[in-house]
Each structure stands twice: as structure tokens, then as C-alpha cells.
Design a protein around this ligand. Structure first.
Ligand code: SAM
Ligand code: DTB
Ligand code: SF4
Length: 334
């Protein structure tokens, strides 16, 4: 397929292979991981600079609007009702509380407000309440994102009509490894929801988790699935597993920081125009490793002292980090 004009940076030669491709193979992704680190970083950072201001970072604040009690069995998750994580189920948060939290996030400098719910899939009356949240947060002048589990086409269209900007729905791992991690839904269920979200005209936020016991081939396979979605997800969160007491993955070994950086770099090369988020796991990584991840192509973070159920660096700590690194908040695109 011929590449679209906007897929090429202005100075690219018309004969050069396009940067933006949807025909990646697992062997290619694995060979990126196998490059000497400096070579991999050089290639990734070069692409990063072609498509982005390399000194800008996108800031998203997360709020769990529906805590715990989820019927799914995702082995990493604090909110599955199947494990003894000690995390209690609560009712859907009230609208005024959501607005108060979004207002505080905006005042602290967040550009996007992401609301998560521990559902397998929203019921229609539950979706109604989320539509009100989306409209209210949008009314504050923030970008909106929600992650609610599986959606029908109709539900995706209703979210789009309410003014939603992004829908987050992660593939989490490779298709081959998926059934090891989650048995209550299939990879195809995930892909179907992503297709509904895209067809409704929403921007897609889709990534995965490292540290689930997956192999390097699984990591390559996940990136290939992501990069072969056409168009690419606009936002690609790469999470490090936050090991949760009581879940089957409580004792998983932490992933090596350099391996994490390699995945960020490969994601940057395979999806050069997408915003790649260093998502969960920054609280467990030192500043030098975070700086390397930003150089490798990460240009978004979760900003605010809590993820969904676990800690994230505090806003003041991150502001200090961004100052040290000379990173500035990214201007949201229209
Ligand atoms: N229930 C919905 C779903 O799973 O689609 C939305 C909320 S769910 C908590 C959103 C995403 O958070 C998951 O797909 C997973 O990628 C990430 N996540 C959950 N628990 C995590 C953990 N302990 N460590 C890293 N990422 C995690
Ligand atoms: C994503 O990719 N990561 C976020 C968000 N999308 C919803 C969730 C991270 C959760 C980390 C573990 C927790 O706080 O429970
Ligand atoms: Fe439920 Fe989402 Fe957690 Fe899976 S990741 S158990 S679907 S809240």
C-alpha cells in the first residue's frame, strides 16, 4: 500500500521506505530488541525527533471511578474479585467527586483526564453515568479518556457523541500468551472492541504490560499486533507490572530497566507518530532509567500520586524531574 502523504516527514526522500508501516513481522521486532543498545537508541531517538518535539511530555492523570469487584480473572490485577488483594469493591463514583478530581488535576498541569472502571463491560445504565462524567470533564477544557472494558459498537458511538477523545483498551501481551494471563475473555474480544472504538471515530489508546512472565518473542508479537493496526493507536501505554499482593503474579520478578527501555525504543520505531507512554512502574524506576526511557521515545506519563490502586510519583516530584530533564508539557493537538 502506498504511504499517505502525512505519513512522511517533510524532508523524507520519496524513495525512502515509509516510517509508518503496518506490515511488521515478529522477526523484525525481535531483531530490533537484539540491536546493541546504542544503535537501538540512536534509531529510535532519530525517529522521535522527526515526529515530535523531543523535549515535550504529555501528562495524563488517572482516576479510578469504579473500584474493584471485577468478574474478570486478569492475573495481574488488584481489582479482580477472584483474588485476595484486599482491595474492596465500591460503587461508581459520584459526578461531583469526579469533577473535583479533574479540576485538581487540571490545576496541577494535566492535559488529559483518564477514568477507569473495573468492569468486564459497562451495562447501559452505567455507561449513561460515564457519559455525564465525560461531558463534565470535557467542559473543564481537558482531553478525556475512559477505560471501561469491552464495548459494543453502539456504546462506542455514544461515548464519541458525548465528546470522548480517547478510549483505552490494552492488548496487555501477545496473542500467543494471552490465555496464560486471562481466561475470561479472548484476544479477539479485545480486537473487536478496538475495532468498534476506531469505527466510532474515537482515538485509540492501546498498549500492554511487561513483567507477566512473557518471553521476548511475546513482547515482539505484541508490538507487531499494535503496529499492524491501521491506523496505529494514537497513544501506546507500556506498563511495567505493578506486582499486587494476593494476585497470581505477586511474586513476579521485576523487569530489567534496560529491557523495558528496549521495548519503548522498538515501539517508537514501529509506531513513530504515536505518543508512547511510560505508564505504570515509574515509581519503581530510578531517575536515570526514566531519563533513558524518554530518550528512547517515551513522551507521555501518568501524572499524579496514584495510578488506579497503586502509587505513582507525586506531582511535585515529577515537576522536579521534568525541570531536571528540561521536559515541557506537550500542547494537546486540536
Ligand atoms: N477493566 C477494564 C479493562 O481491563 O479493560 C479497564 C481497567 S484495567 C485496570 C486497565 C488496564 O490497566 C489493564 O488492561 C492493564 O493493562 C492495566 N493494569 C491493570 N493492573 C495492572 C498492574 N498491576 N500492573 C500494570 N498494569 C496494570
Ligand atoms: C494503562 O495502560 N495503565 C493504567 C491505565 N491504562 C488504565 C492502569 C495502570 C494500573 C496499575 C496498577 C494499579 O494501580 O492498580
Ligand atoms: Fe477487571 Fe480490567 Fe482488572 Fe481485568 S484488568 S480484572 S478487566 S479491572
Amino acid at each position: 500500500m502506498a504511504s499517505r502523504a502525512e505519513d512522511r516527514p517533510p524532508h523524507a526522500s520519496p524513495h525512502a521506505p515509509p516510517d509508518i508501516r503496518h506490515d511488521w513481522t515478529r522477526a523484525e521486532a525481535e531483531s530490533l530488541f537484539a540491536l546493541p543498545l546504542n544503535e537501538l537508541l540512536y534509531r529510535a531517538h532519530g525517529l522521535h525527533r522527526r515526529y515530535f518535539d523531543a523535549n515535550e511530555v504529555q501528562l495524563s492523570t488517572l482516576l479510578n471511578v469504579k473500584d474493584g469487584g471485577c468478574p474478570e480473572d486478569c492475573k495481574y490485577c488488584a481489582q479482580s474479585a477472584r483474588y485476595e488483594s484486599g482491595f474492596k469493591a465500591k460503587k461508581l463514583m459520584a459526578l461531583d467527586e469526579v469533577v473535583a478530581q479533574a479540576t485538581a488535576a487540571k490545576a496541577a498541569g494535566a492535559q488529559r483526564f483518564c477514568m477507569g472502571a473495573a468492569w468486564r463491560a459497562p451495562k447501559d445504565h452505567e455507561l449513561e453515568s460515564v457519559l455525564d462524567m465525560v461531558a463534565a470533564v470535557k467542559g473543564l477544557g481537558m482531553e478525556t479518556c475512559v477505560t471501561l472494558g469491552m464495548l459494543t459498537g453502539d456504546q462506542a458511538r455514544r461515548l464519541a457523541a458525548a465528546g470522548l477523545d480517547y478510549y483505552n483498551h490494552n492488548l496487555d501481551t501477545s496473542e500467543e500468551y494471552y490465555a496464560e494471563v486471562i481466561t475470561t475473555r479472548t484476544y479477539q474480544d479485545r480486537l473487536d472492541t478496538l475495532a468498534h472504538v476506531r469505527a466510532a471515530g474515537l482515538r485509540v489508546c492501546c498498549g500492554g504490560i511487561l513483567g507477566l512472565g512473557e518471553s521476548v518473542a511475546d513482547r515482539a508479537s505484541m508490538l507487531v499486533t499494535l503496529a499492524n493496526l491501521a491506523p496505529h493507536p494514537e497513544s501506546v501505554p507500556i506498563n511495567m507490572l505493578v506486582a499486587i499482593e494476593g494476585t497470581p503474579y505477586a511474586a513476579n520478578a521485576p523487569i530489567d530497566a534496560i529491557d523495558f527501555v528496549r521495548v519503548i525504543a522498538a515501539a517508537r520505531i514501529m509506531m513513530p507518530a504515536s505518543v508512547v507512554r511510560f505508564a505504570a512502574g515509574r515509581a519503581e524506576m530510578d531517575v536515570a532509567a526514566q531519563a533513558l526511557a524518554f530518550f528512547a521515545g517515551a513522551n507521555s506519563v501518568f501524572y499524579g500520586e496514584k495510578l488506579l490502586t497503586t502509587p505513582n510519583p507525586a506531582g511535585a516530584e515529577d515537576r522536579q524531574l521534568f525541570d531536571r530533564l528540561g521536559l515541557k508539557p506537550m500542547t494537546p493537538r486540536a
